[in-house]
Design a protein. Structure first.
Lengths: 874, 110
């Protein structure tokens, strides 16, 4: 127990020094008063008695100091002194220390920011019960109602199965139409997710079947922001897509599915009599694994389902559901893309942090050596090693805490940049830089401070710190400053080479990506999505609305061409369906090729800048009742009619439920409508006017001659006035959207380039610091040798050679490391192999050059050492 | 000062513990008592006395409180704790062994 009491006492003394001092004053005062009383009794006059009492007590200040020592808080006072000294040094000679602080702050800041994003995305629980039990089936947005019902009956390892899709519809509010992205879900979905509503209820069995009343579940956000947060919302009717729909529940705040931008959920309509039940798939399947079932049971279930599907249905080759059947966890499904990117960045940032640590360690070591004189003086005056070690640790902690403070600030701003620049979609909005991030920053800086102090402390313990072991008295005749420095430099250079190589690979990848011709000119192309209220607006009304929209958009000043299209290139991706080609029996049945299907208005090709390379474009005369026409992409023509004239050939699809043959009237330039990389799908364009039905919504696209953003605002304003029953949303600058699709490599290039620049700089700083340190230590030796007739150039060569040795070794190690690690980033590269020689050469060259410059500068100083002054300095 | 000598460093703690085992007292009282009981041969340096008192408090062997003396002054009184009593026993036996050893050496004849 005394131990604990001891600690308690010290703690009190450290925390309340004022109280302890006051009590000591009173205690001494009492003693002096008693002494004076006694002296007075012996006959001394009061004034003299008081002075004599003081005299007998001894030097007050010194005695007090002795007493204070007994409080056992000396180390705290020492720490305060050391910290103050460090800060004074820092203010007096900020150069090298600031360099260390800033590099460390960058390392800490970057690590914390990326770790916070990673933590939020990879570890933050999804808003569902027991997310580990949820599995998403293969083939996204590709399951049909009939397959869903078929699968439901056959799965044993799953408790429940749900299906969902997504949609965009207009919600009528007091302020006008609002476009609402929402989930379209089977009745089981909320049971499968296991999340209870905040108000009301979720869907009941049968509410997704024919005859059910239209119902909807709202997100907390939609309820609050668009519907005023009315407490009696449950049971009220809202108008969604023109249809009066009863609100049955509100989900709790923070709930989202499948992504934060989906703000409501309405039931699917699974009607075996409806054409889309049997037709093309549009659903995602999500199941909850039963508690009893293990992974093998799940895998067995999935394999059996794939087989059963193959027996029951026939699939075209291109999307054969019996192949590649697998299930993913919900988290993999939602965040799958971001995970490897984050892990990559975490790895890179860890390397930067390591380098910053190495630099700071070298810096502190050098500073300690710089003050060898002061330290040896203090040893001579009786300061113990323990005291010196405490000083080094305090100093290191002060520097690293400053770096941690700066790093936390940096992390907060870097976090914002990361969230904006990483491919997180709307999930970025869920991420917050919370107290944990700052805690990590602080903890990290303390850990780094201790780590960094370890090196000089070790040197001190081994008596290798110059000066303390008396080295300085036999100036510089010994070589070998210990192994720590060259090893630090070597490791730093190796890490820098790895980072620089990775970055070079990305830079070259992006250069190749940027050279891709998307087949259209996205610059200046703007688009908005127009959503109608389907059930209130009959097909003919919608058709007319789309015509009016094209006209209005075209009338906006600065707009050159305006058109409508079902889906926007690149941003929207797209669904593909099988096409039957007349006269190609070999491409029939399961061998039918898949093609994108794009209803467009005539000006689409001009608006996007897609050339018609053969035949004609669409004309306003291509309407219903006329000849059904189509324009196909060059790739389509090559596959269907190799070496022949495609014009006049006929194709058909079942997509629209219309099976009339359409005649090819033109060939469009190959345009990348879905993704900029990889195989380009076939495309068939049809006139929107010839669709047998009107779409519920379209994208209005236009080419602006001036500022795209101004044009976008003008179009949005102009279209809003068309009809109160529509909503205008998702304003898109296509040039920017393309950049987004290039974004992943582009953003990675940005971040990794940043890291590479930091790595090369840190590497150079490290080499410079260490070589300067070695030169400073060997000043006397150089002085002697120059005095004895060594040429300055020889001294310079020796210093540079000594500095470059660890650089070269480190660079070779880094090359090997980079070659090993490059394979893991192969998936992010485009048009560049992981073994791309120029990248390796550039990275290694940069580091060698930086190392050379960093060694030549102090080497130059070494060659100009004045022998007389160098020797006198000791 | 003549025959007075300063208390040997290290034995002061033991003397304090011993005195406090008799009754609680304040710093001045301890100093007085050491001087008087040792027949004016021992005298504690004031700084070391209070330093010892504070260190012993820290160790948990004595504890202190403020109280009024008979002539109306506020003084800090110290008393022995149970751990302090154990420590005193320990130090006493150590001292006896040391003293006996020293005595044997000093009375050696060969």
């Amino acid at each position: 127990m005394p131990r604990l009491a001891d600690l308690w006492f010290r703690l009190k003394a450290a925390l309340f020094p004022g109280r302890f001092e006051r009590e000591l004053d009173r205690e001494i005062g009492f003693h002096l008063a008693m002494q004076a009383d006694e002296l007075r009794k012996q006959g001394l006059p009061p004034e003299e008695a008081r002075r004599e009492a003081q005299r007998r007590f001894g030097g007050l200040a010194r005695e007090r100091e002795t007493i204070r020592d007994a409080w056992g808080v000396g180390w705290i006072a020492d720490a305060r002194t050391d910290a103050a000294r460090t800060l004074r040094h820092l203010l007096r000679r900020p150069g090298s220390a600031m360099l260390g602080i800033v590099t460390l702050a960058i390392g800490i800041g970057a690590t914390v920011a990326i770790a916070s994003v990673a933590r939020g995305l990879l570890l933050r629980p999804l808003p569902v019960r027991d997310e580990a039990g949820l599995r998403v089936f293969w083939s996204d947005y590709n399951w049909r109602g009939v397959e869903f019902d078929f699968a439901k009956e056959r799965l044993q390892a799953f408790d429940r199965l749900a299906a969902f899709s997504t949609d965009l519809a207009t919600l009528r509010t007091d302020q006008g139409g609002v476009a609402v992205m929402h989930g379209v879900v089977s009745a089981e979905l909320f049971d499968v997710l296991g999340t209870a509503p905040q108000l009301g209820r979720t869907f009941r069995a049968g509410e997704d079947r024919p005859g059910a009343e239209p119902t909807i579940v709202l997100s907390h956000q939609l309820w609050q922001n668009e519907l005023g947060g009315a407490p009696d919302i449950v049971g009220r009717r809202i108008v969604l897509g023109g249809e009066p729909t009863t609100v049955i529940g509100v989900m709790p705040r923070g709930f989202y599915f499948p992504a934060p931008e989906f703000r409501a959920w309405r039931p699917l309509m699974l009607d075996p009599a409806a054409s889309d039940y049997q037709g093309n798939g549009w659903l995602v399947l999500l199941g909850r694994v039963s508690r009893a079932a293990g992974e093998p049971a799940v895998a067995g279930d999935i394999a059996a389902l794939a087989k059963a599907l193959g027996e029951r249905f026939t699939y075209p080759v291109a999307w054969d559901k019996t192949k590649g059947a697998y299930v993913r966890t919900l988290r993999q499904y939602l965040h799958g893309d971001a995970r490897p990117v984050l892990l990559l960045l975490l790895g890179a940032v860890a390397m930067v942090l390591l380098m910053a640590c190495a630099n700071t360690a070298a810096l502190i070591l050098a500073r300690t050596t710089d003050r060898a004189g002061e330290l040896s003086l203090r040893v001579a005056l009786g300061a113990g090693r323990g005291r010196l070690i405490r000083q080094i640790v305090t100093e290191s902690l002060v520097l690293s805490s400053l770096a941690g403070l700066l790093g936390a600030t940096l992390a907060a701003s870097l976090f914002g940049v990361l969230v904006a620049r990483l491919p997180l979609g709307t999930f970025g909005g869920l991420l917050r830089m919370d107290w944990a991030g700052f805690l990590i920053a602080f903890g990290l800086s303390i850990a780094v401070g201790l780590l960094v102090a370890a090196l000089p402390v070790r040197a001190l313990l081994q008596g290798r710190l110059a000066g303390i072991a008396g080295e300085r008295s036999s100036p510089g005749l010994r070589r070998g400053p210990g192994r720590a420095h060259p090893v630090l430099v070597g490791v730093e250079v190796a890490l820098a080479v790895i980072l620089a190589t990775g970055s070079a690979l990305f830079v070259r990848s992006v250069a190749k990506l940027a050279a891709i011709d998307p087949g259209f000119d996205p610059t200046g192309v703007v688009a908005v999505t127009l959503v109608t209220s389907e059930s209130e607006m009959p097909g003919e009304v919608r058709r007319q609305l789309f015509r009016d929209a094209v006209e209005r958009a075209g009338a906006v000043p600065g707009i050159v061409h305006a058109a409508v299209v079902s889906r926007l290139p690149v941003r929207d991706g797209g669904w593909q369906g099988p096409v039957e080609i007349e006269g190609r029996a070999d491409l029939d049945g399961p061998n039918r090729p898949n093609s994108l299907f794009r209803p467009v208005s005539p000006a689409f090709f001009d608006a996007l800048g897609i050339a018609i390379v053969r035949g004609r474009g669409f004309e306003p005369t291509d309407r219903q009742g006329g000849q059904a026409v189509t324009i196909v992409s060059e790739g389509f023509a090559r596959l269907a009619w190799p070496g022949q004239d495609p014009i006049g050939r006929r194709i058909r699809t079942g997509v629209t439920g219309d099976t009339t043959w359409t005649t090819v009237v033109g060939i469009a330039e190959e345009a990348r409508l879905v993704r900029l990389t990889g195989d380009n799908p076939l495309v068939m364009y049809v006139p929107m006017e010839q669709l047998p039905f009107a779409l519920p919504g379209v994208n209005v696209v236009a080419r602006a001659s001036g500022d795209p953003d101004a044009a976008l605002a003008a179009i949005t304003r102009s279209l809003r006035g068309l009809d109160p029953r529509i909503a205008i949303d998702r304003p898109t600058n296509l040039g920017a959207a393309i950049e987004t699709s290039l974004a992943e490599p582009l953003r990675l290039r940005f971040l990794l380039s940043l890291f590479a620049v930091m790595a090369v700089t840190l590497g150079a700083v490290g080499v410079y610091g260490v070589v300067s340190y070695a030169v400073a230590r060997r000043q006397a030796e150089f002085g002697v040798r120059l005095a004895l007739g060594a040429t300055p150039s020889r001294v310079v060569a020796e210093v540079v050679g000594g500095g470059m040795r660890p650089v070269i070794v480190g660079a070779l190690g880094g090359l090997a490391g980079a070659a090993l690690l490059a394979r893991s980033i192969a998936g992010f590269l485009y048009g560049v192999t992981p073994a791309d020689l120029p990248s390796y050469l550039a990275a290694t060259g940069a580091l060698l050059l930086a190392g050379l410059i960093a060694s030549v500068m102090p080497g130059w100083r070494a060659g100009r050492v004045d022998p007389v002054r160098a020797l006198r300095a000791d | 000062m003549g025959t007075e000598s300063w208390v040997i460093r290290g034995t002061l703690d033991m003397l304090i513990l011993k005195l406090l085992s008799l009754e609680p007292m304040h710093g001045w009282g301890i100093a007085e008592r050491i001087q008087r009981l040792s027949g004016d041969t021992l005298r504690a340096q004031q700084g070391s006395l209070y330093s010892s008192l504070h260190r012993l408090t820290r160790e948990g062997w004595i504890r202190s409180w403020w109280a009024e003396t008979e002539n109306g002054r506020q003084a800090r009184y110290y008393e022995l704790t149970r751990a302090g009593a154990r420590q005193l026993a320990h130090e006493t036996s150590q001292w006896e062994r040391l003293a006996a050893g020293v005595a044997r050496v000093m009375t050696a004849t060969v």
